[in-house]
Design a protein around this ligand. Structure first.
Ligand code: DC
Length: 211
């Protein structure tokens, strides 16, 4: 079973995907982390994330061990990830790894949950379940602010909101694999829901897929 979960930043898709994978005993792949690793490696190498040649070369050289790097969860790295992810050669270089994970999940798992921006549209267009998890921008910015503060990082709401708008626009407007719901995805708006309610709704969506 393949479950594809897409949506913008801080909509709750990572928490949901991890929880579904646990509950259903499936493997989990956070595909955003792959783009973050490439973005961080480009920054660490002193290159500009918008430099397509540098970004593509980095994506081609990336290994799964790079997903364990420190510092992948900062907003600076998120912006770099968003920039490298608009480069077609970067997306092409990372596609095979993601599809391979879904086709042959690690640890003998019978399936996988993948979350990202283009899982239902491009990476796994034949996924058994597709969800597009979203929420109002202000709600997502508040969640992101809390997440950063809980990790002891300094953050200002207006800045977090601006960053989120900028990243949403870049991820949605890019020419290749833009952030958009697959035509057969179920949209789950988490604006007024807590994590338990999101999980329960997702289980209902999964349970009703053959009805
Ligand atoms: O999910 P995230 O916030 O960790 O993702 C970071 C960036 O990576 C996001 O702004 C766009 C890019 N990304 C992508 O283009 N495609 C994916 N499947 C996952 C992430």
């Amino acid at each position: 079973m393949i479950i594809a979960i897409d949506g913008p930043a801080a909509a709750g898709k990572g928490t949901l995907a991890r929880r579904l994978a646990d509950h259903l005993d499936l493997a989990y792949l956070d595909t955003g982390l792959i783009y973050r690793a490439v973005g961080k490696m480009v920054l660490d190498g002193g290159a500009d994330p918008e430099d397509a040649a540098a970004a593509e070369a980095t994506a081609r050289a990336m290994t799964p061990a790079d997903l364990e790097r420190d510092g992948l969860r900062t907003d600076e790295v998120a912006q770099a990830a968003s920039k490298v992810s608009a480069v077609p050669g970067v997306r092409a270089a990372l596609l095979e790894f993601q599809r391979g994970f879904a086709a042959a999940p690690p640890n003998g798992k019978a399936g996988a949950v993948l979350d990202g921006r283009d899982i239902g549209t491009v990476v796994c267009p034949d996924a058994d379940v597709k969800m597009f998890v979203t929420a109002d921008t202000e709600v997502r910015a508040k969640r992101r602010l809390k997440e950063l503060q809980d990790r002891g990082l300094e953050a200002i709401y207006a800045r977090v909101l601006d960053d989120m708008r900028e990243r949403d626009a870049r991820d949605s407007d890019r020419a290749v694999s833009p952030l958009e719901p697959a035509t057969d995805a179920t949209v789950l708006d988490t604006s007024g829901l807590d994590a338990d309610q999101v999980f329960a709704t997702a289980l209902e969506i999964i349970g009703s897929r053959n009805e």
